[in-house]
Design a binder for this molecule. Sequence first.
Ligand code: HEM
Length: 165
Amino acid sequence: MTDIIFLVLLFAHIGTVVLWMGASILYVSVLGPSIATLAPSTRADLMKAIGKRYEGYILRNATIAIAAGLILYGYITQVATTLAPSNSGMPWILIGILSGIVAYIIGIAVVMRSNRKLMNMMNQAGSGPPPAEMGMVQKRLMMGAGLQALFLFVALLCMVVGANM
Ligand code: HEM
């Protein structure tokens, strides 16, 4: 019989994972490099317009994805154990979980922090020249976003392999 709880958790997990990963890759591949080419004042306007909303969108989806994933893991290993991955699939799932958690931590500790710092600097700079430190923070932001996308990609591959072995 179809396990409704499993399906709901899996849909919540995969649905939010797709939104999180999509937004993260869009930033690394299109938004970030494009924003870097803008004049400082245009960049500041754009960051003010999308920065907070974009950050909230990623954080919300990432948090639901991780929470649903952890509940799903608890459910298939403790309650509906017939749905648990095979013995050979479990290590893949665990590597996927680790990569997902690392991606989440990078998102908060590096990407979000750099983004906030950048917005503060832009607000303080006003119409004057951008502070010298700004370039470094921007580089850190891009590097963090790239690393996050990489760990998400590894997590995705491990989850799919682990669940189907
Ligand atoms: C703490 C983090 C995570 C936990 C605890 C977790 C847990 C799980 C669990 C228990 C499953 C079900 C496996 C099965 O059906 O046997 C699953 C499936 C899946 N997860 Fe995760 N996950 C996490 C992060 C991620 C991330 C970051 C991604 C993608 C970037 C991801 C993508 C997927 C996909 C695509 C599936 C479906 C696989 C399939 O049925 O082929 N998960 N996850």
